[in-house]
Design a protein around this ligand. Structure first.
Ligand SMILES: [Zn+2]
Length: 253
């Protein structure tokens, strides 16, 4: 099943969101692009490169609410429009991740996370309106991402909710952008806040949410492997988690 092949090749570029984010200072930033930056060292309480991150260790890596492979959960139900299916799942991923972040937000501060870290040598940067790559604190970055997505979800021309309204041809490209940014929020939470997730005993729930997100993203070609793995000089921490779950049979190869 190819989401993108099913609707043609004409929408390879996402439209830039023209709506302003509810965050007062975020209007100067665009969440549509950002780059890897391995110049700075994350100061958040993370494992050193020599230490295996807790999310890769037993029993945490196996903790899940949903046992087995996610293939059947992500399959398009009979008689459901593929756009509708993608839209409703993105809404659910966003809502669930937003709730998790809301609980962890008090731990994600300017002091703990001065950058949007997602690996021992990886910090996501933001491209501002002057096309400059800037480092933001993780809290600010996540705030911009979530506000941007909320604005899109509220926009009937992007996520139509009334019968008879069609999805725009740009919808697949837009949701790909959304997916990429949501992946970064997951990547930061695993990298910088997994010990707090464990403290809350939420790792089965969080792992299942993320495995579902990965399986869905791969099924409908919303996620690129390079975004999951990162580059060799700045790997994404969760790239190893993806591989582990694939080897365990939770995710497709
Ligand atoms: Zn943080």
């Amino acid at each position: 099943m190819s989401f993108f092949n099913s609707i043609g090749r004409s929408m390879s570029r996402a439209p830039r969101s023209t709506k302003r984010s509810p965050t007062p200072t975020s209007a100067t930033f665009s969440p549509t692009e950002s780059n890897y930056n391995n110049n700075s060292v994350p100061s958040s309480p993370v494992a050193s490169p020599q230490t295996k991150p807790l999310y890769l260790c037993s029993p945490f890596v196996e903790a899940a609410l949903v046992k087995g492979n996610f293939k059947t959960i992500v399959m398009l139900p009979k008689y459901v429009d593929i756009m509708e299916w993608v839209a409703v799942n993105i809404y659910d991923f966003y809502t669930n991740l937003n709730e998790f972040y809301g609980v962890l937000a008090e731990c994600c501060t300017q002091q703990s996370c001065p950058t949007m870290s997602a690996g021992s040598s990886l910090n996501y940067t933001w491209i501002n309106q002057d096309r400059k790559s800037v480092n933001l604190s993780a809290a600010t970055y996540v705030d911009y991402v979530m506000s941007w997505i909320q604005t899109l979800l509220d926009d009937e021309s992007v996520f139509p909710t009334k019968s008879g309204q069609d999805f725009a041809p740009s919808f697949p490209a837009t949701v790909k952008h959304v997916y990429r940014q949501l992946l970064r929020v997951f990547a930061h939470l695993y990298h910088a806040h997994y010990h707090q997730i464990l403290h809350l005993r939420s790792e089965p729930h969080f792992n299942s949410l993320f495995a579902h997100f990965l399986a869905f993203g791969r099924e409908y070609e919303l996620l690129e492997m390079k975004d999951i793995r990162g580059s060799s000089s700045a790997p994404v921490g969760i790239g190893a988690l993806w591989e582990k779950w694939r080897d365990m049979g939770i995710l497709e190869g």
